[in-house]
Write a protein that binds this ligand. Structure first.
Ligand SMILES: Cc1cc2nc3c(=O)[nH]c(=O)nc-3n(C[C@H](O)[C@H](O)[C@H](O)COP(=O)(O)OP(=O)(O)OC[C@H]3O[C@@H](n4cnc5c(N)ncnc54)[C@H](O)[C@@H]3O)c2cc1C
Length: 435
C-alpha cells in the first residue's frame, strides 16, 4: 500500500468527499481520496436535483463539461389520494437563463465527472478501497486510516469523513452515533427509460428543459413520506421514501409503496411504455438540526450526509454535502497555511464557518420540523389528502346542489374527520413548522 504521508485523507467520493478533495487539492494540499465503490458514484443514489450555486462555488465553469440532464423550468407539488391529485404548479420561462439554477443529474455519471476534476486538481483517488478503521495515536488523535488492501496504515494530518449516511467508521470509532430509525428515511427509486421526444411531449418541454413532481399523500399509506418524479434527458427517475421507524411500525415495505405510486392514475400515463433499467434503495438523513453530531475533533472532520447535513423539508442534500465538504476543506487549508496542527481546537474553525453558512441556518430554522411531521403524521399524509380531494370534487361537480350546501358539506366532512379542536391544533402545528 501507500507509504507516504498525506496532508489529508478523504473517505468517500460522493458529493461531500469530492467537494472536499477538490478544494484541498486545488489549493496545493497533498490529498488521498479512498472510495469503496468500483468507481465514484457506483454506490450513490440521488433523485436527483443538483443545485448549481453550490457547485459554482467549487468549480465555477462546471457547465462546460459536467454531465447535466435537464435544467428545471417547472415544479409541481401534488397532494394525492388514491385516485386524484390536488396540485400547485410553478413554471417560468425565467428559468431558461444563461446559467440555470437547478439541474437533474444521474449520479453515476456526475460523480465520475466530479472525480475526474478531483484527479486533475492533483489528488490521488483510489477506488475499490474500503477504509476499515481510523488509526489513532497514543493521545487518541486520528492520524490515519487502515483499508481492506494489503499493507499497513496510511497516515495524514487530517481525515475527512465523507462516508455518507450509512458510513460505519465514525460510529465504530465513537465519533458519532449510528442514525436512529426515526431520523433516517429509506427511499427507493427506479429509472424509467423513454425516448427524449416522448418525455418532452408528455411534460410540455423543449430542448433541455425539465420538470419535477413532488407528491405527498395516501401513496405513503399514512407514513411521513414523499414521492418524486424527475425528468432526465432520456429517462424519468421515480421514487418514494418514508422514515425507517414508520416502515417498521406499519410493517410496510418500500417497493410496495413504489408500486402503488407507479400505478397511481396521475403517474401511470407519465411513465407508460417505459423500460425500467435501474432500481436503487438508499437512506436519507432526516433528523434535522438536533441530529447533527460533533463535526470535528483531533485529526478529523465529518461532512455531508455522514454529519446528517440534509434538509428534508426542502429535499436538499447534495448542496449541503458539497458546501460542508468545501467549507471543511477551506478550514483545513487555513489551518495548514498558518502551520497550525490539525487539533480539535484549530478544526473548530470548520464548525464556525459552517454555522455562518445556509447549511446550519436552514437546518436550525426547521429544527422541529421532523418532529411535527413524524408525530401523528397520518393526518397530514392520509386524512387531509382525502379531504382535499373530496372538497375539490364537491366544488367542481355541478349537480344542482346549492353552493351553500356544498360549503356546509365540505366543512362538516373536515370536522367529522378531525373535530374542530383537531383542525385548529393541526393548523397551528403546521403554521409553527413553517414560521
Ligand atoms: C432517493 C434519494 C433521492 C435524493 N434526491 C436528492 C435530490 O434530488 N437533491 C439533493 O440535493 N439531494 C438528494 N438526495 C440526498 C443526496 O443524495 C445526499 O445528500 C448526498 O448524496 C450526500 O453526499 P455525501 O457525499 O455526503 O454522501 P454519499 O453521496 O452517500 O457518498 C458517500 C461515499 O462514501 C463511500 N464510502 C462509505 N464508506 C466508505 C468506506 N468505509 N471506505 C471508502 N468509501 C466509503 C460510499 O461508497 C460513497 O461513495 C437524495 C437521496 C436519496 C437517497
Amino acid at each position: 500500500m501507500i507509504e507516504e504521508k498525506f496532508d489529508a485523507i478523504v473517505i468517500g467520493a460522493g458529493m461531500s468527499g469530492n467537494a472536499a478533495a477538490y478544494t484541498m487539492a486545488s489549493q496545493g494540499l497533498k490529498v488521498l481520496q479512498l472510495e469503496r465503490g468500483e468507481y465514484p458514484g457506483s454506490k450513490n443514489v440521488q433523485g436527483a436535483i443538483m443545485y448549481a450555486n453550490m457547485l459554482e462555488k467549487i468549480i465555477p465553469d462546471f457547465r462546460d463539461d459536467a454531465p447535466l440532464e435537464r435544467h428545471l423550468v417547472e415544479q409541481r407539488l401534488w397532494v394525492m389520494d388514491d385516485t386524484s391529485h390536488t396540485g400547485i404548479h410553478y413554471r417560468s420561462d425565467d428559468f431558461n437563463e444563461a446559467k440555470p439554477n437547478r439541474y437533474t443529474i444521474i449520479r453515476a455519471q456526475f460523480d465520475k465527472w466530479f472525480s475526474r476534476k478531483v484527479r486533475e486538481a492533483g489528488a490521488t483517488v483510489l477506488c475499490e478501497t474500503t477504509v476499515t478503521e481510523l488509526v489513532r495515536d497514543a493521545k487518541d488523535r486520528v492520524v490515519g486510516v487502515r483499508t481492506d488492501r494489503a499493507g499497513g496504515a496510511i497516515f495524514a494530518d487530517v481525515v475527512v469523513l465523507a462516508e455518507g449516511v450509512s458510513g460505519l467508521l465514525g460510529p465504530r470509532a465513537g465519533l458519532r452515533e449510528i442514525p436512529k430509525p426515526q431520523t433516517v428515511a429509506l427511499a427507493v427509486k427506479e429509472m424509467h427509460f423513454l425516448p427524449e421526444e416522448v418525455i418532452e411531449q408528455r411534460f410540455g418541454l423543449k430542448g433541455d428543459e425539465g420538470c419535477v413532481i413532488e407528491a405527498v399523500g395516501t401513496t405513503s399509506r399514512g407514513m411521513a413520506g414523499l414521492g418524486f418524479l424527475y425528468t432526465n434527458k432520456e429517462s424519468i427517475s421515480l421514487g418514494i421514501g418514508c422514515l425507517v421507524s414508520d416502515f417498521a411500525a406499519m410493517m410496510e415495505s418500500p417497493y410496495v409503496l413504489l408500486d402503488a405510486l407507479k400505478n397511481h392514475p396521475s403517474i401511470r400515463p407519465l411513465i407508460a411504455g417505459s423500460e425500467v433499467k435501474e432500481y436503487a434503495a438508499h437512506l436519507i438523513p432526516e433528523g434535522g438540526y438536533k441530529a447533527i453530531p460533533q463535526l470535528f475533533g483531533d485529526g478529523w472532520v465529518v461532512v455531508g450526509d455522514a454529519a446528517q447535513l440534509n434538509n428534508a423539508v426542502h429535499r436538499e442534500g447534495s448542496n449541503l454535502a458539497m458546501t460542508s465538504g468545501r467549507i471543511a476543506a477551506e478550514a483545513i487549508v487555513k489551518v495548514k497555511s498558518r502551520n497550525g496542527p490539525m487539533t480539535k481546537r484549530n478544526l473548530a474553525l470548520y464548525k464556525a464557518m459552517l454555522d455562518k453558512s445556509f447549511v446550519v441556518k436552514d437546518l436550525r430554522k426547521y429544527k422541529d420540523m421532523p418532529a411535527l411531521l413524524h408525530t401523528n403524521s397520518c393526518n397530514f399524509f392520509a386524512t387531509y389528502p382525502r379531504l382535499m380531494s373530496q372538497a375539490a370534487q364537491n366544488f367542481m361537480r355541478v349537480d344542482g346542489t346549492p353552493k351553500i350546501e356544498k360549503e356546509k358539506a365540505t366543512t362538516a366532512a373536515f370536522i367529522k374527520a378531525r373535530s374542530r379542536w383537531g383542525l385548529v391544533s393541526d393548523a397551528v402545528r403546521l403554521a409553527f413548522a413553517w414560521r
